[in-house]
Design a protein around this ligand. Structure first.
Ligand code: ADP
Ligand code: ZN
Length: 720
């Protein structure tokens, strides 16, 4: 069973390894043991029940307290090609029946539902005849009055045990306190249930606390370090939120406020703009963040002292859900502390003692001279005794990240030299790693003195090293055919008169990957991000649902240019590859061509010239099929690509080239002539470089596929 789970992890979700505890939880659920799962935010709870849901014959019901969370989960599952349904009070009657249909027909593997909806007679009547294998209670702390978010309807969920006796119960939460945990087990009548508690250490969060002296300027300086990145700034009061948001806006930042004093509509708009990467920064009171799943929040600033450690932990926890580094800065001042002390002194005796305890724990954290993780995790009852976390101000990671890589650099350079500077990185690495590939033998490179001297690093590590060497201008790809040449600066390293600093990756481990700026191309990353934003806009989805930042970062570090390489990228499952893989690969290829990087290598020049266009231009192949009279449907049959992918390629092609007999493309259009004319008019009026305005102008009546198709037609006609 777990073998099957592992396969799904890779093929559907695009991940290589389970995170801590996931495998154990999945095994427990599959053997129908009730399970309580406690993992911090971003720990990977969803996968624990989603994979069993794909293995069970019957349906998995997921109870979730917030409509926005359900929507987000469903959107992510759909992007992975998983059928899932949702029932809640926000659906129109039509949407409601569509979802009921998905459940009744057995197509949906998962049903997301709000507790009060599930307990309705009509929902129970729908579900009773079906085989229900698993009931998952997400955000299970809502069941406990001790939790921070008690919801009375959660208390009734225990009734489901009798109604669905065959279902295994799974409760998940990120709340760590033992009291809440016991409450969950009791309320759900868990007997002999397995309990899984993950560490609350979020290794990818960089924790920093700094004295607050000129808060606004300190903040601006910080923000300048993260241009175009998403982040949240928490303030104590609404007034402070408004002032700061206005000041940052003045300073030219893309920023919106968020607090309970705004209208529902304003709050919703601001949140949405943030989620869609249209606005970079939200300045908020603590009210912001519940129910948003945005995975690429890169920083959290506490402009004022947080209420207590628990809320601090929750607030910083909203960053770095994608596992990439996120920076959490707290501006600490004694006058803030005095303010809070004053409020505490107004309270009754017992309450006052509790509040003081909270404050002291927080001060203890803020003023510690040891690793920040020590007081933080101790607070959650966890022991932490690593000497240096490398990710907090006290451990001061900066000095530690760069290491001396002179020796591997020398190996790499001398290998280039032995191979007469005629090959690209992949071939050089094959020599270093003693590969028996045919190409090596063809060139008798197994006889070089550098053959097999680089076994201490993996292929990926060597690839990282080679990219760093290019960026440090120690080697340069030949502008004509990409073979690596040693620069004069590189010769200084070879002769021992220059040392090199850089990083050597532990190889790609999915657990706590922290890719630093020097290891990926930010130009390529930005191009990939643009593409993601465009697609997300057209599909009306948050960008991170298409691909996480981590996925794009890996692409910008490893330059995948084949299906095989693309499938090795974090988060690239089969369905995502089919939908978007080629679109993003195109960008990588164009980048590599422009910068003459990548192993377009190891072949004599003539062969390279023959090979390169074929390797790089998928769109030309597809255009050739079209130009020789194949319809889009024909091409779909031939290439097994999706319609949207094919249209994407034809569009790319038609931007610089002419398609033959382009009117043939109308064969695959399902619109009336009248409608086609109307679309053309809108193109003329609004332009067609982005389609979402066109889609909106046509009142969302014309599907995107048709717009993509007509755009190709329109552009080609325009050319004539
Ligand atoms: P939680 O619900 O615990 O806050 P999620 O389930 O949303 O966390 O997971 C956080 C992120 O980690 C998601 O982007 C998810 O796809 C990713 N993730 C989960 N499991 C793995 C894994 N085994 N390998 C890599 N990434 C994973
Ligand atoms: Zn530390």
């Amino acid at each position: 069973m777990i073998f099957k789970a592992k396969k799904i992890l890779k093929s559907t979700f695009g991940y290589d390894d389970f995170r801590l505890l996931q495998e154990e939880v999945i095994t427990s659920i599959l053997s129908k043991n009730d399970s309580l799962v406690i993992m911090p935010t971003g720990g990977g709870k969803s996968l624990c029940y989603q994979i069993p849901a794909l293995i069970f014959d019957g349906l998995t019901i997921v109870l979730s307290p917030l409509i926005s969370l359900m929507k987000d989960q469903i959107a992510q599952l759909h992007q992975l090609g998983v059928e899932a349904a949702v029932l809640n009070s926000s659906l129109s009657p039509q949407e409601y029946y569509q979802n009921v249909e998905l459940v009744e027909s057995g197509k949906a593997r998962l049903l997301y539902v709000a507790p009060e909806t599930l307990l309705l007679d009509r929902t129970l009547a729908l579900l009773k005849p079906l085989k229900i294998d698993c009931i998952t209670i997400d955000e299970a702390h809502c069941i406990s009055e001790w939790g921070h978010d008690f919801r009375p309807e959660y208390r009734k969920l225990v009734e489901l045990r009798e109604i669905f006796p065959e279902a295994v119960f799974v409760a998940l939460t990120a709340t760590a306190t033992p009291r809440v945990q016991t409450d969950i087990e009791k309320s759900l009548m868990f007997k002999g249930a397995k309990k899984f508690v993950a560490s609350f250490n979020r290794e990818n969060l960089y924790l920093e606390i700094t004295p607050k002296y000129d808060a606004l300027n300190q903040t601006i300086k910080f923000l300048r370090k993260y241009p175009n990145q998403s982040g949240i700034i928490y303030c104590f009061s609404r007034k402070q939120v408004n002032t700061l948001a206005a000041e940052l806006d003045n300073a030219g930042f893309s920023v919106r406020p968020y607090h309970a004093g705004l209208t529902d509509n304003e709050r919703k708009t601001n949140q949405e703009l943030f989620i869609k990467d249209d606005v970079q920064i939200i300045v908020a009171t603590i009210a912001f963040g519940m129910g948003i799943n945005k995975s690429n929040v890169r920083f959290v600033i506490h402009y004022d002292l947080p209420k207590n450690i628990e809320s601090y932990y929750q607030e910083i926890g909203r960053s770095g859900r994608d596992g990439l580094r996120a920076h959490c800065l707290l501006l600490f001042s004694h006058s803030d502390t005095m303010k809070i002390k004053y409020f505490i002194d107004q309270k009754e005796a017992i309450e006052r003692r509790i509040a003081l305890n909270h404050l002291n724990a927080l001060l203890n954290y803020a003023e510690t001279g040891v690793c920040r993780r020590e007081p933080l995790l101790t607070y959650f009852g966890e022991e932490y005794n690593k000497p240096n976390c490398g990710m907090c101000d006290n451990c001061n990671s900066e000095a530690k990240t760069l290491v001396d890589i002179t020796i591997p650099t020398q190996k790499f350079l001398s290998c280039i030299k032995r191979a007469n500077e005629g090959f690209g990185a992949a071939h050089i690495i094959d020599i270093l790693r003693g590969s028996k590939a045919q190409k090596i033998l063809d060139w008798s490179h197994q006889n070089l003195s550098t053959y097999g001297i680089g076994l201490e690093h993996t292929k990926k590590q060597w690839m990282f090293i080679s990219h760093q060497l290019i960026r440090q201008n120690l080697i340069a790809p030949d502008p004509e055919h990409g073979a690596l040449k040693i620069t004069s600066k590189g010769y200084e390293v070879l002769t021992g008169s220059l040392a090199v600093n850089g990083t050597i990756k532990e190889d790609f481990e999915p657990k706590h990957e922290v890719i630093t700026d020097s290891e990926f191309s930010s130009e390529l990353f930005n191009a990939l991000r643009e593409k993601r934003k465009q697609i997300a806009g057209e599909m009306r989805l948050p960008p991170y649902v298409i691909f996480s930042d981590k996925t794009l970062t890996e692409m910008a570090a490893l330059y995948p240019t084949s299906k095989k390489e693309m499938m090795g990228i974090y988060g690239m499952g089969e369905v995502k590859y089919e939908r978007y893989g080629i679109l993003f690969m195109d960008i990588v290829i164009r980048y590599c061509q422009k910068n003459k990087i990548k192993e377009i290598d190891s072949l004599p020049k003539e062969a390279f010239l023959k090979k390169a266009p074929k390797k790089s231009k998928v769109n030309e192949t597809i255009a050739a099929l079209f130009n020789t009279g194949n319809s889009v449907t024909d091409i779909m049959g031939e290439t097994k690509l999706k319609k949207s992918t094919i249209l994407g390629h034809l569009y790319t092609y038609s931007q610089n080239n002419k398609l033959k007999n382009v009117e043939n493309i109308l064969e695959d259009c399902n619109l009336s002539d009248e409608m086609i004319e109307k679309v053309t008019e809108v193109f003329t009026k609004l332009g067609c470089s982005t389609l979402s305005p066109v889609y909106a102008e046509l009142r969302e009546k014309v599907p995107y596929d048709e717009l993509h198709l007509l755009r190709i037609y329109y552009l080609s006609k325009l050319e004539n």
